[in-house]
Design a protein around this ligand. Structure first.
Ligand code: FES
Length: 137
């Protein structure tokens, strides 16, 4: 674990609940998918961080999802949560996921970290839009 993230963990232990920390320490579905059916990449204008989302889709169901981020601990935790939430979900349902849904699943994020969950939701939406675009070609 990088030094930056370790210090983040120590500083935020009081502020974040156990579920957020668990997803941060042990993030699920980190990585990439070769030749994904959908790919989304977004940058956060507030902090400058980046998020990439890769999806495999069969019959409009997300069969696999991975993420890669140069974001903070909240971004890692929320990405991990989103990948767990959306695996097996119809793409149209996944498009409805908002940053508030993600924060709710994680039992709340501090208000100043809400933009991190927004980054995750936007990357997911971009990946689904990319999938739909490719399907129409
Ligand atoms: S501070 Fe940049 S994604 Fe959280």
């Amino acid at each position: 674990m990088q030094k930056k993230h370790l210090s983040w963990l120590k500083l935020k232990q009081n502020e974040h609940n156990k579920k957020v920390l668990e997803h941060f320490i042990n993030p699920r579905n980190v990585g990439t998918i070769e030749n994904p059916d959908g790919y989304g990449k977004v940058g956060n204008p507030i902090c400058g961080d980046l998020m990439e989302m890769f999806i495999s889709v069969k019959d409009n169901i997300i069969t696999d999802i991975k993420f890669r981020t140069f974001g903070c601990g909240s971004a890692i935790a929320t990405s991990s949560m989103v990948t767990e939430l959306t695996k097996g979900m119809h793409v149209d349902e996944a498009m409805k996921i908002t940053r508030d849904d993600v924060a709710d699943e994680l039992e709340g994020l501090p208000p100043r970290k809400m933009h991190c969950s927004n980054l995750v939701a936007s990357a997911l939406h971009e990946a689904i839009k990319d999938y739909k675009r490719k399907k129409e070609e």
